[in-house]
Write a protein that binds this ligand. Sequence first.
Ligand code: WTA
Length: 631
Amino acid sequence: MELVSSMTDYTSAYRQSVANPEEFWGEIAGDFVWKKKWTKVLEWDFHKPEVKWFIGAKLNITENCIDRHLAGQADQVAILWEPSDPKEGAKKITYRQLHQQVCKVGNMLKAHGIKKGDRVCIYMPMVPELAFAVLGCARIGAVHSVVFAGFSSGSLADRINDAGCKMILTADGAFRADKKIELKKIVDEALEKCPAVEKVIVLERTGSQPVMKSGRDCWWHDEIKKANDRCDAEEMDAEDLLFILYTSGSTGKPKGMVHTCGGFMVHVNYTFRTVFQYQPGQIFWCTADIGWVTGHSYILYGPLSAGATTVIFEGTPSWPDMGRFWQTIERHHVNIFYTAPAAIRSLQQASLSFVEKYDLSSLRILGSVGEPINEEAWHWYHKNIGKGKCPIVDTWWQTETGGIMISPIANVTELKPAYASFPLPGVQPAVMDEKGNEISGNGIEGRLAIKFPWPSIARTIYGNHQRFKETYFSTFPGMYFTGDGCRRDEEGYYRITGRVDDIIIVSGHNLGTAEIESAIDEHSSVCESAVVGFPHDIKGQGVYAFVICYNKPQDEEKLRREIRDTVSKIIGPIAKPDKIQFVSGLPKTRSGKIMRRILRKVAEGDTANLGDTTTLLDPAVVEEIKRGALE
Ligand code: WTA
């Protein structure tokens, strides 16, 4: 199908997608390799909830991401890998080589007893083998559950057990700037709590010489040597599981979002080509980690299914210096660059000389994802990186949505800084008021829901369909609730204003306040805690913790350090509280519910406007909390 390339196209595609969604998506899906065509495009019921796309269709996503490109572009680079240390030198993997490597991994997994439907946990650094691992699972129909390699052993263990993984693919270690992280050690610790895991395959990356448990652990290089480079692609039903990916929820337990093969593929491919107006031969760089959904959809499946060259970056934006992104763009002639507002804000703090040193003239399109981008960062990015010539696509979406939902289309949509602009074709948003009524018209604000299914919507929470229903389909019955607030301005542009639930987004990472609270409470001195977000110049939101101790702390600084370490150990360094205020009580209603609204105001430094506190059990605590508020 012809892609949208003008505003007129957009309007007509959008109209068609609403008037006749099945015809619209059926036509788009016609451009893929199916082993068997569908009998019906869509069946759905948001009350149950149940959504099925491309009913009866059979496919393998890796044939669409790899095999179909072998005829015309086998020698084109599929993956351009930039290592943590630029001195190590980039690696280029062509589509032909990618095919061989993915087949080898598929065979390696099979040799160790992995079959279609088995869950495999992947806990690896950003190396090409991570891509081979993900696609190798998909090749044989195993369900991948990638866990970001910055999570602690406890978080890893929870995810392994929840998904019932039989195997872990990992590495001896990972490079982070000039440090080495011993990943295998973290896996060993996690596995003490995961009796169902039978095999661990370890890639050698840092040479950390981990202890290998005989019978359970083996080296990737030994196993891959034995594997053949031909592996038939398993026939998958469109609704078979492709992957599980965990995201934070408003209870302490993370949610394993389930994505299926057919709809996910169609949606990420369509949105990749539409939003970024991808042209054959272009180099696309998404700086996310494959451990997050952005990496799944727009480092791997979206770009590869479109036959693009996708960059995988192992490093961090600030090492060896603050010019690393810009140096990498120059070195690899990157055309499309997709990053997060937190990264932009931190690089904006550095001297412009880091940008000016490099030739960024290859850039055509810029993107942003993960949290609302503030206007100042938007303008800095537009002016200094895009030199005023590259559109910025501010893409709004979620782990749950699988792919981009609301976004400008590059060079098509007229941009408004900090606005995600319009829904893509096939996406039907609704802005809801507090009572659950849809607000019509423009120039309005409310909560963002989606009225109609799109192909890459998550199908369930792994092992807990009831929670899926309660979290997403019960706030506004018959609709999917996003958890975000938004504004629709006079011209119909959407601006996402941030979460309206108990999730805070720190440097683009979703964290549930309940998850952090339960980690803080693990410290033996802590009796109770409450966590809220507060505006942070670089991270977007920071973590502010109010903590009640059993005894008044002797040395507050020491205890703060210990609490931070505890959280880091239990969840991972990303969840460490930025501010910890010790309090003797928390503002609670008579029914015992913590009034977070008040804590949020205190954390924001807005203690003059705490609103109504008369329903509190003990209004005096509020006075104490106000007095002790941290700068
Ligand atoms: C937020 C990341 C404003 C939002 C793809 C959403 C955004 C959550 C944007 C999902 C954006 C993501 N503008 N907010 N362009 N993109 N968000 O699951 O609050 O890690 O609900 O998926 O990030 O985060 P997740």
